[in-house]
Design a protein around this ligand. Sequence first.
Ligand code: SAH
Length: 241
Amino acid sequence: MKITVLTLFPEMYDGFLNSSIVSRIISNDLLEVKVVDIRDYALDKHRHVDDTPYGGGPGMLMKVDVLHRALLDNKQDDSYVLLTSPRQKPLQQEDLQRFSKMNDLIIVCGHYEGIDQRFETYIDERVSIGDYILTGGEMASLVLIDGIARLLEEGISSESLNEESYNDGLLEYPQYTRPPVYDGQSVPEVLQNGNHAEIRRYNLKMSLKETLKYRPELLENRNLTKEEEKLLQEIRCEEEI
Ligand code: SAH
């Protein structure tokens, strides 16, 4: 898969793309990332990429002609074009799954006060990473690359992907590693006894407990299995004690 990022700040990407799991996925040829400097497509003498908004108002807007030239020069027939924007429902794991199946993705990063609205006729979809405003779309593009890259990684077994939070609509259960006791806090007994059926049931219960506490709305729309209903009942009883 190829991801092309159009940005005014290409220098923001080097450290990220050369580190950790993402760099491994790139060296394994599962992902190619191309970072394009939008300023290279500003043709006037001073290489202007932004201008003041019609009708007044604060800040500067990125110019439609510069953005469009940058896009056309990097677009293939099968490119899917994402525009980073706070004006969208926040990104979900299922969006990442959808994007990870594409062959060629282009991510456009806005900056300043945003972009000339007319550029939106050339994109396929807006992507927001949350209900807050950032200074630019670069962080959002890094979130996309990171979240998509790990779905492409064959090294991450499908078992580990399946157990991750959100994959099955519940938050992941808490996990522990050595030492068995730290600062008076013990690893739960059941995780140390090697009984896989008990461990599975315990972890499912802890997933439900986490979800009930931190994201209760995820449980409202869920078709609970008999076992999940029973575990939730247990959790509620224990909390009343
Ligand atoms: N004035 C705009 C915000 C501009 S922020 C508005 O209120 O809608 C500048 C740029 O940062 C945006 O064009 C977008 O590319 C990026 N950006 C800011 N917040 C973001 C978010 N939550 N998710 C994705 N991109 C964001």
